[in-house]
Design a protein around this ligand. Structure first.
Ligand code: HXC
Length: 258
């Protein structure tokens, strides 16, 4: 892989979008490599959590590659959007928690990538926005769908229609990011969240993510039914028995992922 760096350490996969000269803009190659990278980490039993970040000082990802967009005819543009949506759905449905460590500009497709991750931690230097309308476009990697679900319809509408860039502090205020930290503390914070999750029952973590993700797209009634079904499924696992026994015996649980 050339445009994605994948490093694995202590059960954590660090995925870095690596086109710093183009502020990590997402082109065809980035999407292909991002897709294989997520297929790999999803299947790797040694990986318990994933952090996604951008290479260099300046950008997380400054959007879709505008030079590539400029050559597109309508059908190709539609296919490009659908393909990006598919890859971002793969990230959202990754069975391991995915944390975006937003180190700089997260614009257009970059903001959409951060939103496809399960959680977002931002450096004080990060900037967020969906500037597509200024290019005569609209967000095409599900930004119009994920942003209102994360921050509410009114604020999402303002950001999508004005294309305004917002600070990390404002992104935190509206609920777009979970935490804002000093640039040098960004990875430490993302890793601390990953480590807290890694110490928990892996099957429980996976089912909890499924319950939140799938439940978000269902009626309340169906979501509760789905939650109860997963709760029942877990009750038959060794991990659940171990977690409950460890509490009663006043010791740390040793989860095995089964
Ligand atoms: C291609 C990009 C790029 C992008 C930056 N670059 N963003 N190349 N696509 N999205 C390139 C620049 O052309 C330049 O290359 C180099 O990166 C450095 O960028 P500068 O503009 O010189 O940096 P600076 O002046 O600091 O401005 C930073 C910036 C600006 C504010 C982030 O680069 C910017 O506005 N970028 C575009 C952001 C954007 O509109 N994103 C949305 C894209 S549309 P050279 O070769 O000149 O050094 C989108 C649609 C998604 O994402 C949905 C599709 C279906």
């Amino acid at each position: 892989m050339e445009t994605i760096l994948l490093e694995k350490k202590d059960r954590l996969a660090l995925v870095t979008i690596n086109r710093p000269k183009a502020l990590n803009a997402l082109n065809d190659q980035v999407f292909s490599e991002l897709e294989s990278c997520f297929r790999e980490v999803a299947a790797d039993e040694e990986v318990a959590a994933v952090v996604v970040t951008g290479s260099g000082e300046k950008a997380f990802v400054a959007g879709a590659d505008i030079k590539e967009l400029a050559t597109l005819e309508p059908l190709a543009a539609r296919r490009l959007a659908e393909r990006g949506q598919r890859v971002f759905n793969l990230i959202e449905n990754c069975p391991k928690p995915v944390i975006a460590a937003v180190n700089g500009f997260a614009l257009g497709g970059g903001c959409e990538l951060a939103m496809a991750c399960h959680m977002r931690v931002a450096s004080e230097k990060a900037r967020f926005g969906l500037p597509e309308v200024g290019l005569g476009l609209i967000p095409g990697y599900a930004g119009t769908q994920r942003l209102p679900r994360l921050v509410g319809k009114g604020i999402a509408m303002e950001l999508v229609l004005t294309g305004e860039m917002i600070s990390a502090a404002r992104a935190h205020e509206i609920g777009l990011v979970n935490h804002v930290v000093a640039p040098e503390a960004l990875h430490e914070k993302a890793h601390a969240i990953a480590a807290a999750i890694q110490s928990k029952g892996p099957l429980a973590v996976r089912h909890a993510m499924e319950a939140v993700n799938r439940g978000f797209e269902m009626s309340r009634e169906d979501g509760e039914r789905f939650e109860a079904a997963l709760f029942g499924l877990l009750a038959g696992t060794e991990d659940t028995k171990e977690g409950l026994a460890a509490f009663i015996e006043k010791r740390k649980p040793e989860f095995k992922g089964r």
